[in-house]
Every structure is written in C-alpha cells, then in structure tokens.
Design a protein around this ligand. Structure first.
Ligand SMILES: CC(C)(COP(=O)(O)OP(=O)(O)OC[C@H]1O[C@@H](n2cnc3c(N)ncnc32)[C@H](O)[C@@H]1OP(=O)(O)O)[C@@H](O)C(=O)NCCC(=O)NCCS
Length: 314
C-alpha cells in the first residue's frame, strides 16, 4: 500500500504542535547545540496524519537536517515513506546531504536509519547531558530504560544512495527545458520510441519523465496531473509557440526513418543549411517535427565548418 506524503499546510499547525509535544515533550528540539522550534519548520505529513517529519534546509551548505521524525503507528512503513519523500524533495532542489541526530537509547531508530542509507558519522559522548541543560524536559532514561546520554549523528548522501543513483554515465545538463504535456504516455512514445531518447529517471506519482539522448536532456510532465505547476497562461495546442528545441544528433536518418514508419508528419522536410558564425559557417542537415502537443523539435546533424560566403568573396 502506498503511503501518501504531503507538505504541511497552515490548517495542520495545531496537529503538528500537539504531535511534537506528545512525542518530544515540547516543540523545542535541541540538535547539535541548537534549539529548533520544530513547529515552525517545514514539515511533511504521511497519510491521514499518521506521521510527521520536520526539517530545516541549509542552502549554503547544500544540506538538510531531519529535526524530528515520528510514526504514530510504528512498523507500517510510515517512517520510510516520510524519509524517502523528504529525500526526493531535497534531491529535486539540489540538496545532496540529509543529516539526522538521535540518542544512544534509540536502538530502533538507529537500525531504521542505517537500513535507509544513513551512515554514522559521529558519536558525541555526554552531548545529551549538555542538551538537557538547554531543554530540562529531556528525560534521564530513554527507550528500553537505557540512560540517555550520548548523541549519535548520521548522514545520508542523497546523491549517491543506491535508490537515487542516476544511470551510469549520466551527467545532468546545465540547462534542461521542462515541457508540460497533455498525455505523458503519448509523449513518451514520440520522444523515446521515435526520437531515441531514454528515460534517465521518472516519478510516476508526478507523471514526470527525465529524458536523455546523448547528453541532450528534457523533462516532461503532465500539465493536468496533481502537484505544483508553473503555468503562465492557458495550455492550448500547439504548445510552446514561438520557439523550437534544437537537438544535436550524429545522424538524423534513423529518426527520420522511425517517424516515417509511424506516419508522423514533418513540419520541415530535411534540408542542408549553413549558418554564419563570425568568419565561418556551420553546416547542418536538419528537419523539424512537432511532438504530440505541438512542441517544435529540430533535429540537427553537423556537417562541418567552412569560411563564411561573404568573407570568402572578399
Ligand atoms: C523510528 C521511526 C520513525 C520509524 O518509523 P516506522 O514507521 O516505524 O518505520 P517503518 O515502518 O517504515 O520501518 C520500520 C520497520 O518496520 C518494517 N515494516 C514496515 N511496514 C511493515 C509492515 N506492514 N509489517 C511489518 N513490518 C513492517 C520495516 O521493514 C522496518 O524494518 P527495518 O527497520 O528492519 O527495515 C518510528 O519508530 C518512530 O516514530 N519512533 C519514535 C520516534 C523516534 O525515535 N524518531 C527517530 C529518532 S529522531
């Protein structure tokens, strides 16, 4: 069963405060010498208020701190759903490290985190005794009747954890257009089956695909699917008016053959064209086609360089 995870909204605030106070005695949480008001932090909520994760992002360091994590009913997958949803959200905003701190009595949590890709990076003997001075409500005895004294620091390297590993050899491009599409399956057939892109990774829950074709990358996302969308106007076909996406390929012939076999219309038949760039001309063989929503795609095969015609004459 999939456990849905969503961001905290203002209407959750009372429940968040009650949950934190119930689990931790207060909304004030001491982590590595700092006291967070966890109720004021961004948070994720699992299912129908079945679990809560609060966290803080440090963009400067590219890190996040998981400040609290609670599953109201343990061993149902709630903790895992929260951690994985947080990891995915952080990765999507280029945060590569997730830190968490726990205490020496939390044997279940220690197993839980290590089995979810966290590594122990530090043990601070006596740190809980120190924290108790900042927050006297920290009890002396913890889980299993173990005296709570020491702090354990764990880190999960989000970018390199196996579950999130990118396909071998894939380097993310520095500029990647993201296209809203009306039918992700139809778009996938066009971009992958006919145009030779591969799915580098996907998020079916967001109706999202990240495609790669020899370093040329594009993101596709269903415009009407749930979740956040950045739309500047009504989506009306043809989408993407006033622009075309130039895609450099070694050879346009296989793509042309696949499009022809699928009876896919071309917007511009293949042509040879030379474009001036300074004192030279860059030659390409190119054609244009529209994807299922009308986005204009220009496949371009380099032919080489030659002196610019005007320069050659002078
Ligand atoms: C630590 C904590 C957040 C884990 O959350 P959780 O919801 O119990 O975690 P999960 O259910 O995802 O996973 C726990 C175990 O239950 C198992 N599990 C999950 N669903 C299950 C099911 N339906 N039936 C049986 N076992 C199940 C998981 O495989 C996992 O086992 P593993 O750790 O050996 O891999 C939770 O125990 C908790 O709230 N503890 C108190 C607060 C705390 O200690 N917080 C963390 C310290 S900062």
């Amino acid at each position: 069963m999939t456990i849905e995870v969503r961001d905290k909204t203002p209407s959750d605030q009372v429940w968040v405060e009650e949950t934190l106070t119930g689990a931790w005695g207060s909304t004030k949480i001491a982590v590595r010498g700092r006291v967070f008001d966890a109720a004021a932090l961004p948070a994720l909520i699992a299912g129908d208020c079945a679990g809560l994760a609060t966290y803080e992002i440090d963009r400067g360091r590219g890190e996040a701190e998981l400040v609290t994590l609670n599953a109201l009913t343990p061993r149902r997958g709630i903790g895992t759903a929260l951690v994985e949803a947080l990891a995915a959200r952080l990765l999507a905003t280029s945060i590569g490290v997730l830190r968490v701190t726990t205490t020496n009595d939390k044997l279940d949590a220690l197993r839980f985190y290590q089995r979810r890709g966290f590594r122990l990076v530090a043990v601070r003997p006596g740190a809980v005794d120190e924290a108790r001075r900042l927050k006297p409500s920290i009890p002396l005895l913890g889980e299993h009747g173990v005296p709570m004294r020491d702090r354990l620091e764990l880190v999960r390297d989000l970018a390199s954890s196996t579950a999130n590993a990118l396909p071998p050899g894939l380097a993310l491009a520095t500029m990647v257009p993201e296209l809203y599409v009306s039918d992700l399956d139809a778009s996938r057939r066009f971009w992958c089956d006919l145009c030779g892109f591969i799915v580098a990774f996907e998020r079916p829950e967001d109706r999202f695909l990240y495609l790669d074709r020899e370093g040329c990358q594009i993101m596709l996302e269903e415009g009407a699917a749930p979740g956040r969308r950045w739309l500047t106007g009504t989506l009306e076909q043809p989408f993407g008016r006033g622009m075309n996406l130039q895609i450099a390929v070694d050879d346009i012939a296989p793509i042309l053959s696949a499009l022809e076999a699928a009876d896919w219309p071309l917007f511009l038949e293949p042509e040879e064209k030379w474009y001036r760039a300074g004192a030279r001309e860059i030659g390409v063989r190119q054609f244009l086609a529209q994807d299922p929503d009308g986005y204009l795609v220009r496949f371009s095969q380099r032919l080489g360089l030659r002196p610019a015609a005007a320069m050659a004459r002078s």
